[in-house]
Design a protein around this ligand. Structure first.
Ligand code: THU
Length: 131
């Protein structure tokens, strides 16, 4: 599938503008291309109980499921300046669950496979092996 990275980045920037980040003042946006061609996005949503903050990737994956599911093919995450953002460890795990090793993440050195972003990740296949 053709990946329009510029469009994904624009969608991530649009999503970052919806962020609820009154505590960190660090808005984040994420946008992903889905296997059926649609684009899903999300923003970070903070909480007065700081540790309950939802990352932008988490919000994007809620959007993925609520809009019909599917597999993530490509993802872009940005900060409030529109600069590429490195997903936190927890979000790498969330992205791996819904995109697998083949998911492409845009990094400052170009698109990278999820297998590079989260090497030897624990995922659904590992649970299958135990059955
Ligand atoms: N944040 C994300 O939304 N995604 C990440 O991968 C890293 C961090 C958010 C959480 C918090 O609202 C703000 O960035 C500062 O940590």
């Amino acid at each position: 599938m053709n990946i329009d990275w510029e469009l994904l980045r624009k969608e991530a920037i649009n999503a970052s503008k919806k962020a609820y980040a009154p505590y960190s003042n660090f808005p984040v946006g994420a946008a992903g291309l889905v296997s059926d061609g649609r684009i899903v996005s999300g923003c970070n949503i903070e909480n007065a109980s700081y540790g309950l903050t939802l990352c932008a990737e988490c919000s994007m994956i809620s959007n993925l499921l609520m809009s019909g599911g599917g597999k993530l093919i490509a993802v872009v995450c940005v900060d409030g300046k529109g600069e590429l953002l490195s997903p936190c460890g927890r979000c790498r795990q969330l992205l791996f669950e819904h995109g697998g090793n083949e998911l492409q993440l845009l990094t400052p050195s170009g698109p990278q496979d999820m297998s590079v972003i989260l090497p030897w990740g624990f995922g659904p296949d590992d649970l299958e092996k135990k059955k």
